[in-house]
Design a protein around this ligand. Structure first.
Ligand SMILES: C[S@@+](CC[C@H](N)C(=O)[O-])C[C@H]1O[C@@H](n2cnc3c(N)ncnc32)[C@H](O)[C@@H]1O
Length: 234
C-alpha cells in the first residue's frame, strides 16, 4: 500500500517537519482540546458511552497526539499517514507511553482497510490538503467506505478566516494557494469550505445526522478558525 494520491514532495516535507520538531524539542505532546471535548464532553449526545474497545481510525495523525489520546480512552486505534517515517516516529513515541496502534501509510483517498471496519473515524485538519473538489469528494467517500454503517465521523477542517490564509491567493471557490511567509506549505493549494451549506452538500451523500460546528479563537495576533463536522455513515 502506498500513498499514491499524495505527491512525494508533500509527504517528504511533512516527514521532515516532524523530524525537525522532534529534534529541536518543539514537538507537541498535547491532543487537540476540541477533540478531547468531543470525546469527553456531551456536545454530541449518545456517543461517548462505552468507548472502550471501539475501533477508531485517525487519518493524517501527524505527531500522534490525538492518536495517543484515543488510545488512552481504551479504544482500538489505527492511523494513516502519508510517509513511512511519520508512522515509524509515532509508533516509537506510542511505545514510550506503553501504547500500540496499527499505523500504516495511506491517505484521505486511499485508506488501507476493508469496507465497514471502524466505529469512529477522526480526520483532524487533514481533508483540506486535498486541494481540489474532486479530491475532497473522493476523500469523504473513502472515509465512509471504511466506517461501519452508523459509524461516526469527527472532522475538523480550516475555516475561511484562519491565519494560514494570510497572503494566500484565491484560485476559485474554496481553493487557496498558501502564501504565508516561512511556512513550508507555501505554494500548496488547499480546499477550505467557505460556508456551512457547502459542508452539508459534500458530506450528505455519505453521512446522515450531520452536525456542523465552528471554533473561532483570537489568540492575540492570530486568528484561528476551524469547521467541525460530525455525522453517521449512511
Ligand atoms: C495539520 S497536520 C494535522 C495532524 C494531526 N491530525 C493533528 O491534528 O495533530 C496535517 C497532517 O495531514 C497529513 N496529510 C497531508 N496530506 C494528506 C492526505 N492527502 N491524506 C492524509 N493525510 C495527509 C500531513 O502529513 C500532516 O501530518
Amino acid at each position: 500500500m502506498d500513498a499514491t494520491t499524495v505527491n512525494t514532495k508533500m509527504s517528504d516535507d511533512w516527514a521532515k517537519s516532524y523530524v525537525v520538531s522532534a529534534h529541536s524539542g518543539e514537538e507537541m505532546i498535547h491532543p487537540s482540546e476540541t477533540l478531547v471535548r468531543l470525546f469527553k464532553g456531551d456536545y454530541v449526545t449518545g456517543h461517548r458511552e462505552n468507548l472502550k474497545g471501539k475501533s477508531v481510525l485517525d487519518v493524517g495523525f501527524g505527531e500522534g497526539n490525538n492518536t495517543i489520546f484515543l488510545a488512552s480512552l481504551g479504544m482500538q486505534v489505527a492511523g494513516v499517514e502519508i510517509h513511512q517515517d511519520i508512522c515509524t516516529q509515532v509508533a516509537s513515541k506510542m511505545k514510550r507511553y506503553n501504547m500500540m496502534a496499527d499505523l500504516q501509510v495511506g491517505s484521505n483517498q486511499s485508506l488501507p482497510f476493508a469496507d465497514n471496519t471502524f466505529d469512529y473515524l477522526v480526520s483532524w485538519n487533514v481533508l483540506h490538503y486535498e486541494g481540489t473538489e474532486a479530491g475532497v469528494k473522493a476523500g469523504i467517500k473513502e472515509y465512509a467506505r471504511v466506517l461501519k454503517p452508523n459509524g461516526r465521523l469527527f472532522l475538523s477542517s480550516t475555516g475561511p478566516t484562519h491565519k494560514i490564509l494570510l497572503n494566500s491567493k484565491t484560485l476559485g471557490s474554496h481553493r487557496y494557494e498558501i502564501g504565508r511567509p516561512n511556512d513550508f506549505r507555501q505554494g500548496q493549494v488547499h480546499f477550505f469550505f467557505d460556508a456551512p451549506n457547502y459542508i452539508e452538500l459534500y458530506f450528505s451523500p455519505h453521512f446522515g445526522d450531520l452536525q456542523i460546528g465552528r471554533i473561532e479563537d483570537v489568540m492575540f495576533r492570530e486568528k484561528l478558525d476551524w469547521w467541525l463536522v460530525t455525522g453517521l455513515k449512511k
